[in-house]
Design a protein around this ligand. Structure first.
Ligand code: SAM
Ligand code: SF4
Ligand code: SF4
Length: 354
């Protein structure tokens, strides 16, 4: 593999990490490049109609790059491009190139549904992207159609293969839903091992947009591990999770896999992530109902100094523990009603970027 074009390395930059009120550093940024999507996953966009962000309000590449640079200057080291479906954003590889040239960036990654990856993987690698996570919830084309309301399963598999061939480090993310795909835990793991990708199972979360969420639909970490053990034998936990959302495990045959158990085993205590929507609102928690409007600042001529001061002040005050708080509720149900989502699309997971 060619060496990373990213210029900065942690050791190059000698800056104390900015800490929030719970002593969590500002370490990772998820940058959403669009709220549009070409799938309608049942756990994320189950409705027929959506309110979209006005196109004129989307940050352009220079604005996105400026936002990324400011976060890097405050200590962020990892940036993940997301959406909506990020590959719908025209000219995305140019943004990858711009971000890859920023100082201080250790890791630039992307999360995608993979539908358009077949035609874009090589270009993204060439632009400097090295890591990609593809969502893959089923190996059945028919089930995919029922789960996403689109007939694009073959394109997703082709996209995964193209990403592997292009030299990208590929991870696969599977959201498990009771009665839908929990019977595919073993086949999906076998598929991931076959293509050389690490798979992570995700508990179905009650985030904004998951309007069909019910506690009984969640396939828990405990059940996931039991099913993997039943299929493949002994599971050994790996050390060194750090701030990563996934716990990783290995099987006796050497296969690694992860579990992201935000519902039953939240990991807010180590959360160093925040999110910027495609129109420049900054959210310090997936469950936060209010964001800081960076676009208004960017477009009214705010200086870098002003912007950094705003970000620094907000992160220093941050005390979010959304998933941990949700876990303590006696009666847990869908987070936000459809009517409220229509009124403010920023509350949607597909706008927040997952
Ligand atoms: N469209 C891209 C994709 O699907 O990979 C990127 C955006 S999507 C919002 C990011 C991640 O959020 C995906 O891995 C998706 O599976 C996950 N996600 C969406 N809704 C979820 C839910 N209710 N519970 C758990 N994960 C969810
Ligand atoms: Fe599915 Fe991602 Fe689109 Fe949500 S944003 S509907 S998870 S593909
Ligand atoms: Fe971080 Fe909020 Fe998710 Fe907890 S719920 S891990 S604080 S984003």
């Amino acid at each position: 593999m060619r060496s990373l074009p990213l210029r900065g390395r942690l050791s190059d930059v000698n800056r104390p990490a900015l800490r929030d009120s719970l002593q969590r550093p500002l370490g990772a940024l998820r940058l959403s490049v669009t709220d549009r999507c070409n799938l309608r996953c049942n756990y994320c966009m189950p409705e027929e109609e959506y309110t979209w962000l006005p196109r004129a309000g989307l940050l352009n590449f220079d604005e996105l790059t400026r936002v990324a640079r400011l976060f890097l200057e405050l200590g962020v080291r990892r940036i993940r491009l997301t959406g909506g479906e990020p590959l719908l954003r025209r000219g995305l590889s140019e943004l990858v190139r711009q971000l890859g040239a920023l100082d201080g960036l250790d890791e630039l990654a992307m999360t995608t549904n993979g539908v358009l990856l077949g035609s874009q993987a090589a270009q993204l690698f060439e632009a400097g992207l090295r890591r990609i996570t593809v969502s893959l919830d089923t190996l059945s084309a028919e089930r995919f159609q029922r789960l996403t309301r689109k007939n694009e399963h073959a394109q997703v598999l082709a996209g995964i293969e193209a990403a592997c061939s292009a030299g990208l480090v590929v991870k696969l993310d599977t959201v498990l839903l009771r009665g839908v795909n929990e019977d595919e835990i073993a086949p999906l793991l076998a598929y991931a091992a076959h293509v050389g990708a690490e798979l992570r199972f995700i508990e179905y979360m009650d985030v904004g947009g998951a309007t069909r969420w019910e506690p009984t639909s969640v396939v828990s970490r405990t059940e996931i591990l039991a099913r993997v053990q039943e299929a493949f034998g002994t599971i050994t936990p790996k050390d060194g999770r750090g701030a990563a959302p996934a716990e990783t495990f290995s099987l006796a045959n050497g296969t690694s896999f992860g579990v992201i158990a935000s519902v039953t085993t939240p990991f807010c205590g180590a959360c160093d992530r925040s999110r910027v929507t495609a129109d420049g609102l900054w959210y310090t928690c997936l469950y936060a109902t209010r964001g800081l409007d960076l676009k208004a600042q960017l477009r009214s001529g705010a200086t870098d100094e002003t912007l950094r001061a705003l970000l620094e002040a907000a992160w220093t005050k941050r005390d979010d523990r959304g998933a941990e708080e949700r876990k303590t509720l006696p009666h847990r149900e869908a987070l936000i009603p459809v009517s409220a989502l229509r009124g403010d699309p920023h509350l949607e997971m597909h706008t927040r970027g997952g």
